[in-house]
Design a protein around this ligand. Structure first.
Ligand code: UGA
Length: 442
């Protein structure tokens, strides 16, 4: 089967590569010529473990190619996936301009029956809007081509995207058309045969499943973070609490890691978007609104923790803080809504100088933190970031920070404050006994 994937961001590129791995003929299309040029040269514009190997393999097998040409993509595809961004607008609602632009472009180039699969996270009702948009352009063209719109949300996690796409927990397919449902089954034939659970439903339900899942996980994180704040006050250990809670199968141990707050391109955006959808339909999303508020509070609490312990009278003037990890989570270069941004801003505002290091995030961080000028320096490893520092902050749990030489870190530092915002050393008391150690919720 021939597949077109429009948008070569995290979702589109990974899905395109994986579908080619599943044996489909895939064209990945993007309007960004620079990106497509890179991909044609075998270079990947994002950092995602395992992706390069699969991309090379499938390009060589001639199942995967890249283009900026929408006509070529539409004409040569039976199924076209929309996988472009839906960034938040000022008011938190999802900006649909890119999704609708792709719908228009598909309609302008349509040459026969097509399934239009939507992978971008979009508000309920967008599937129908895409349908209307395509229909109205076909009418203008005086063409009567048949087509079906399917909502097929994506649940991949950055950093684990390849694995998540190869072995998803479920595949959600929202459509009212039997023909499109059968075609989608064929697209995911490999997974279908492997007994991956499939959920067939209508478009609106599929669209809601995506928001409901992400918002639930965000609530879960804010919940455990709130427990962490209280644990610190009452002398409890949030990791033990999470472990015991997770033993209850109804709760599950996943996504119960207390930390500096959730970030990334999905949870912050999707929680705001579903609150906005609620408003439009006259329903207050009280629980999700609280999770968003708790997340903002969590980041500020991290700043307070550092200022109160390392600073004097609320000031970090003259203090140097080494920050390890800038990306919103390990194994990615993505800095979108990373907690490091707000926390570093807070520390700089309190007068601190920052020496940062991140295995992949520094290129992104340099422009996202440009407004902080000379207050933020970028170093070439964790030991340099610790040099003459009064404190170090483990912001993201990259593997290399779990196994770093703490003796060397200690020797490099001026004072020995260690803020472990991911609790990676909290159960290794011996290792950190010479530090003034602070975790989250213990
Ligand atoms: C998230 C979802 O997990 C995916 O299922 C979904 O497909 C994706 O959004 C999306 O909508 O595209 P992602 O944003 O890549 O994936 O990252 P996660 O691994 O979910 O982490 C999100 C944030 O939560 C990170 O800042 C992470 O540090 C934080 N987190 C996660 C915690 O603080 N504690 C946890 O226990 C888990």
């Amino acid at each position: 089967m021939n597949i077109g994937v429009v948008g070569t961001g995290y979702v589109g590129l990974v899905q395109g590569v994986i579908l080619s791995e599943f044996g489909m003929n895939v064209i990945c299309m993007d309007v960004d010529e620079g990106k497509i040029d890179m991909l044609k040269r075998g270079k990947i514009p994002i950092y995602e473990p395992g992706l390069k190997e699969l991309l090379d393999k499938n390009v060589q097998a001639k199942r995967l190619r890249f283009t900026t040409d929408m006509k070529e993509t539409t004409e040569n595809s039976d199924v076209i996936f929309i996988a472009v961004g839906t960034p938040p607008k000022e008011d938190g609602s999802a900006d649909l301009q890119y999704v609708l632009q792709v719908a228009e472009d598909i309609a302008k180039n349509m040459n026969g029956y097509k399934v239009v699969g939507n992978k971008s996270t979009v508000p309920v009702g967008t599937g129908k809007l895409v349908q209307k948009t395509i229909k109205s352009i076909l009418d203008k063209r005086g063409m009567n081509y048949e087509f079906d719109v399917v909502s097929n949300p994506e649940f991949l996690r950055e950093g684990k995207a390849v694995k998540d796409c190869l072995t998803p927990d479920r595949v959600v397919i929202g459509t009212e058309s039997d023909k499109a449902r059968e075609i989608m089954k064929n697209v995911y034939d490999v997974l279908y045969i492997n007994q991956t659970p499939f959920v067939f439903t209508n478009i609106e339900t599929a669209e809601m499943i995506k928001y409901a899942s992400n918002a639930f996980l965000a609530v879960k994180i804010s919940y455990i973070n709130e427990m962490a704040l209280l644990s610190e006050k009452v002398g409890a250990d949030v990791q033990e609490i999470a472990r015991a809670m997770g033993m209850d199968e109804r709760i599950s141990p996943k996504f119960l890691q207390a930390g500096p707050g959730f970030g990334g391109s999905c949870f912050p955006k999707d929680t705001k978007a579903i609150v906005d959808i609620g408003k439009k339909y006259g329903e207050d999303m009280i629980v999700i609104e609280a999770a968003i508020k708790a997340n903002e509070k969590q980041k500020q609490k991290m700043v307070e923790k550092i200022v109160n312990n390392v600073g004097e009278q609320g000031s970090l003037e003259g203090r140097t803080i080494g920050v390890l990890g800038l990306s919103f989570k390990p194994e990615t270069d993505d800095m979108r809504e990373a907690p490091s941004i707000d926390i570093i801003e807070g520390l700089v505002k309190a007068g601190a100088k920052i020496q940062s290091y991140c295995p992949q995030g520094m290129k992104e961080a340099k422009w996202r933190l440009e407004h902080l000028g000379n207050s933020v320096k970028y170093t070439s490893n964790e030991y340099e970031a610790a040099k003459e520092a009064n404190a170090i902050v483990i912001m993201t749990e990259w593997y290399q920070f779990r196994e770093m030489n703490l003796e060397k870190i200690k020797e490099n530092m001026k004072d020995r404050y260690l803020f472990d915002l991911r609790n990676i050393y909290s159960k290794r008391e011996k290792l950190v006994s010479d530090f003034k150690y602070f975790g989250v919720g213990n």
